[in-house]
Design a protein around this ligand. Structure first.
Ligand code: ZN
Length: 311
């Protein structure tokens, strides 16, 4: 039996995966269509993406359930399938690991709107939707739940509490930061700073504080975010930045950081104490393979360091 994710990573950092959304597009999912429904309609395509990440060295996979809440699925008339889609998402990721015992992280993305009084959704509606999704992911056998790409503390907390209500073993809260126009710092679209997010997450019982996606959050900024998280919390830290910035090339969205460019910033992030490292939009199995090489170097260095200190 493997230990809870948030405990295991205190002893050894783990490698996450790369993007799902942009990989689904490459697998011919059309813009605006429901990628999560592929868990039921085209499970082999989702499995193939997960398997490429496992082959590249991923030890944690996020399920293909980013938009798997009732509120999101309702936009595609798939709200009747919340349970099936999320459970299938977990089993497809599990299958991708084959005989190796990697971690399946049940993915909950934003509900895609604003909470009242600014938007049309009440807190109770969002809570119900997240609890329903989290329950399906936990029942499906997810090792952890990540509430990701969050920009508001209110929605983040509803997600964390939903994961708790569902009985999740490990709960990850992940914020999407944007670099400010003057480039001096970063915060979420709703104005949340990393220190505040980490404090709130710790206070409310999240087990891992994270960041993903965001705008202009390159590896250098990601390093700064790890340091800022570390300055206020002892909880383990997970990071999944984008592969650079999206650009429109021949009417297609392309991300501009190659694996070689991105991986240059990885060693300092590991040295700063990141416990899970992966990547978000635009990243590919090649990015993760490059991450694997640096991570193995890091582990070997630490192993040698440990051996020396015990000699
Ligand atoms: Zn992303």
């Amino acid at each position: 039996m493997k230990g809870p994710l948030h405990e295991v990573i205190l002893h050894r950092p783990l490698l996450g995966d790369g993007a799902m959304g942009t990989q689904l597009m490459i697998a011919r999912l059309e813009q605006g269509n429901c990628g999560e429904a592929w868990n039921l309609n085209h499970p082999e395509r989702v499995l193939a993406i997960h398997q490429r990440y496992v082959e590249a060295g991923s030890e944690c996979l996020l399920t293909n359930t980013f938009g798997g809440s009732r509120i999101m699925l309702n936009r595609h008339s798939e709200a009747d399938h919340v349970g099936e889609i999320n459970k299938a998402g977990v089993s497809i990721a599990r299958e991708a690991f084959g005989n190796s015992d990697g971690y399946v992280i049940g993915d909950i993305g934003p509900f895609g709107g604003l909470l009242a009084p600014f938007g049309d959704f009440t807190e109770a509606q969002v809570r119900r939707a997240f609890e329903e999704q989290a329950t399906a992911l936990v029942e499906g056998g997810a090792d952890a739940i990540i509430v990701e790409t969050q920009t508001s503390l209110e929605e983040l907390l509803i997600g964390i509490q939903a994961a708790q209500a569902a009985g999740a073993t490990s709960i990850i809260g992940s914020m999407a930061y944007d670099v400010t126009l003057d480039g001096s710092t970063f915060r979420t679209m709703m104005g949340v700073e990393p220190e505040k997010a980490a404090e709130i997450m710790e206070e409310h019982g999240a087990n891992i504080v994270a960041l993903n996606c965001g705008t202009r959050m390159d590896m250098q900024r990601t390093l700064t975010a790890v340091e800022r998280y570390r300055s206020v919390t002892r909880l383990p830290v997970m990071v999944q930045p984008n592969a650079g910035q999206p650009k429109l090339v021949n009417m297609k969205v392309v991300y501009d950081e190659t694996p070689e460019q991105m991986v240059q910033g990885l060693m300092p992030i590991l040295e700063a104490g990141a416990n899970i490292v992966g990547a978000c939009c635009g990243s590919t199995p090649d990015h993760i393979r490059a991450f694997r090489r640096v991570m193995d170097e890091f582990l070997e260095l630490k192993g040698i360091a440990l051996a020396r200190s015990s000699a």
